[in-house]
Design a protein around this ligand. Structure first.
Ligand code: GAP
Length: 438
């Protein structure tokens, strides 16, 4: 993890929030490469889960919602973790994560455990009183439930169908940590899939398989992935059943995504609290029911960290250690780098012209500094799948060499084929899994 965190900082994937002020604990900023990687992940999810499917639509609901939403959802009463303080060193811990009776840091005496609500509170409008309390949403899911009828009335969807959303969530975690893994501000990619009661088990099995396969589709090593069913003592207050997709991080097997069967808990609660009918009338069967909900709920930071950890590799090339991120080309932040072999004979100008042509389609870098081997290494370290070199032959016949990151194989090809060849290998939604050598 230290190697990944240091690479992230050095190359501009992730910075600590407000670093010049000493940093803000558990908050992170995505740098120029990190934001490209994050966007590629969320775009892959959006395309695979929403736009390429007939039974899914998207939504972007607001972070601040009516406070009654969180009463209905059970978050005001129940979204708590058991908190203990050390009387000696004043550190705070989650009681359910401690193995002994004493402080794990200093051995001091601990207070009695008390329930701590994880929602961030703030005030809406100029008056800071109890009537103006609003919460920063702790999950995007509730924005979907309260819009269920709006989407049903305004789209042509019928049960079974789902609503997906990507957005920020906030939780005042007692013990954040492990870099991007547990933070207080994070992004979620959530689906609420509405089904007929009785068909929920089948759809739950479907979504577990679908989401488990998604990580492998983007290159995560299957040996480091598992699907873990929750025991009945682990289930959230709303869940009939749940399984987690887990990844074997350097700090152990941990959750990337939860896939829960929420039953009809949420729609019934919101119907009761709002007084609005949230049932569905099935025209064919002539029956009315409150749909059950299957919820595949992933973060963005955790999958991003898993993609990075999984892609990180070191090998030896010409007696030198090479750090290489073997990211799926569709997720890689930079798709291709263009180099002039020499800084003369018109090669830089030609390389820049190729860069400008490719830039209209993909994220592309240009580098003319230092020996060509060094330039390859700089791209390998950030996971750039293809490096294109302009040399003296280019100036004669308009061909370039294209080097593939993993095999380090090079082929020569005409400049006018570059856009099509790259597009076939680096575009999300294209057929083919890992790009073969060109
Ligand atoms: N709507 C259901 C829900 O929010 P969850 O298991 O609490 O379920 C879903 O969260 C996903 O959101 C997790 O699998 C994880 O990827 C991400 N997540 C939750 N809390 C997080 C945190 N503090 N930091 C980063 N990601 C988090």
């Amino acid at each position: 993890m230290e190697k990944i965190a240091s690479l992230c900082k050095r190359r501009g994937f992730v910075f600590q929030s407000s670093e010049i002020y000493g940093g803000l604990s558990s908050c992170w900023d995505y740098g120029p490469l990190g934001i490209e990687l994050k966007r590629n992940i969320t775009e892959a999810w959006w395309r695979d889960m929403i736009t390429s499917r007939e039974d899914m639509v998207g939504l972007d609901s607001s972070i601040l919602m009516h406070p009654r939403v969180w009463e209905a959802s059970g978050h005001v009463a129940g979204f708590t973790d058991p908190l203990v303080d050390c009387k000696q060193c004043k550190q705070r811990f989650r009681a359910d994560q401690l193995s002994g009776e004493r402080c794990p840091e200093c051995g001091g005496e601990l207070t009695e455990s008390r329930n701590f609500n994880l929602m961030f509170k703030t005030f809406m409008g100029p008056v800071e009183d109890t009537a103006s309390v609003v919460y920063m949403r702790p999950e995007t899911a509730q924005g979907i439930f309260v819009n269920f009828q709006n989407v049903l009335n305004s789209s042509r969807q019928k049960i079974p169908f789902g609503i997906g959303q990507i957005g920020k969530s906030f939780r005042n975690e007692i013990t954040p940590g492990n870099f991007l893994f547990r933070t207080r501000e994070f992004e979620q990619m959530e689906i609420e899939f509405f089904v007929k009661p009785g068909e929920d088990e089948r759809w739950h099995a479907y979504w577990k398989a679908e989401r488990f396969a998604w990580y492998q589709k983007y290159g995560v090593n299957p040996a480091r992935l598992r699907l873990r069913e929750h025991g009945s003592d682990e289930l959230a207050h709303y869940a009939k059943g749940c399984a987690d997709v887990e990844y074997e991080f350097p700090f152990g097997w941990s959750e990337l995504e939860g896939i829960a069967n929420r039953g009809d808990f949420d729609l019934k609660q919101h119907a009761q609290f709002s007084g609005k009918d949230l049932s569905f009338f099935d025209e064919e069967a002539r029956e009315r029911f409150v749909p059950y909900v299957i919820e595949p709920s992933a973060g963005v930071g955790r999958p991003l960290l898993a993609f990075l950890v999984d892609a990180y590799d070191e090998d030896v090339v010409q007696d030198e250690t090479r750090v290489v991120l073997r990211l799926d080309p569709r997720l890689a932040p930079v798709k291709a780098a263009v180099f002039p072999l020499m800084r003369k004979d018109g090669q830089p100008e030609k390389a820049m012209a190729i860069r400008d042509q490719l830039k209209r389609h993909f994220a592309v870098a240009y580098d003319q500094a230092g020996a060509i081997g060094r330039r390859y290494r700089r791209q390998d370290e950030i996971g750039t799948p293809f490096s294109i070199t302009v040399d003296h032959e280019t100036m004669q016949n308009d061909t370039v060499t294209v080097r593939e990151r993993d095999s380090m194989q090079q082929v020569r090809m005409p400049v006018d084929r570059l856009v099509d060849e790259l597009r076939a290998r680096v575009t999300v939604g294209r057929a083919g899994v890992i790009a073969p050598a060109l």
